[in-house]
Write a protein that binds this ligand. Structure first.
Ligand code: ADE
Length: 257
């Protein structure tokens, strides 16, 4: 998977791709991340990339031409990916909200180009002519798309085959089956903050799976009930959730259930 990022802060994006799971995926050649600065394609002594908004108002808007040229350079540069479509994804708070489902779909593409905005935004004509998809990472406003692009690189990168040490850990993620993840514990089994739930020490793998599923269902019900509203639970899941509800009556009441 190759990801090209068009950004006024290429160093930020390169640095973000250098740590942890993503850094290792890059080292192992599972993921390639390159950054392109529109300023390198801007004209004139000042290499201007922005101008005031037509119609007035505060803030500056990124110009069409430097972005267009940077996108063209990114499209052409990926050797080994010639002829492969490179959808352009613009990160903006006006985009469709990113979900794990969309991350999974994007992770299976051979390449993509991420476009980061700054200031008040980018000229809408560039969005209309060059952008295939507009994505937001949440209902809040960042000062630019770089952090959002880094989020996307991370979420997509960790799903590349071989990126995670234990292949199962992606399957057990929150949202991988529409539910939040269950809680996790490690040693010591007894600590001043409390004990590890006994079932996890029982060695009974069926009971452990059942407990984890119940916690996933219960946490989703407590914290993100709207996720359950979009699912049809099987009978076993319904029973587990009822059991969880019985055990957590007080907690549920506190959370307004
Ligand atoms: N750029 C600024 N805010 C953003 C957000 N919430 N998501 C994606 N890109 C952004």
């Amino acid at each position: 998977m190759r990801i090209d990022v068009v950004t006024l802060f290429p160093e930020f994006v390169r640095q973000c791709a250098g740590f942890g799971v993503i850094g290792r995926a890059v080292e192992r050649g599972l993921l390639e991340v390159e950054a392109w600065n529109p300023r390198d394609y801007a004209e004139g002594g000042y290499r201007r990339v922005d101008d005031s908004a037509c119609g007035g108002g505060p803030g500056m808007v990124l110009l069409i031409e430097p972005l267009r040229k940077a996108l063209a350079a990114a499209r052409q540069a990926a050797t080994g990916h010639v002829g492969q479509p490179a959808p352009v994804i613009f990160l903006s708070p006006q985009g469709t909200r990113l979900t794990q489902d969309r991350v999974r779909q994007l992770a299976s593409l051979p390449r993509m180009i991420l476009l980061c905005g700054r200031y008040e935004g980018i000229d809408e004509r560039l969005v209309q002519h060059e952008v295939d998809e507009e994505l937001s990472i949440g209902d809040y406003v960042l000062s630019g798309g770089e952090l959002a692009a880094a989020v996307l690189v991370d979420a997509i990168g960790r799903l590349q085959e071989g990126a995670l040490g234990d292949a199962q850990s992606a399957q057990q993620d929150s949202f991988s089956d529409g539910l939040l993840d269950c809680p996790h514990y490690t040693r010591p089994v007894s600590h001043e903050f409390g004990k590890v739930p006994a079932v996890l020490l029982s060695g009974d793998h069926a009971a452990i799976d059942r407990w984890r599923r119940m916690q996933s269902l219960g946490r989703t019900w407590l914290r993100r009930p709207e996720l359950l509203g979009n699912m049809t639970l099987g009978q076993d899941d319904q029973r587990l959730l009822e059991e969880f509800k019985r055990e957590h009556k007080g907690q549920a009441h506190e959370q307004g259930h």
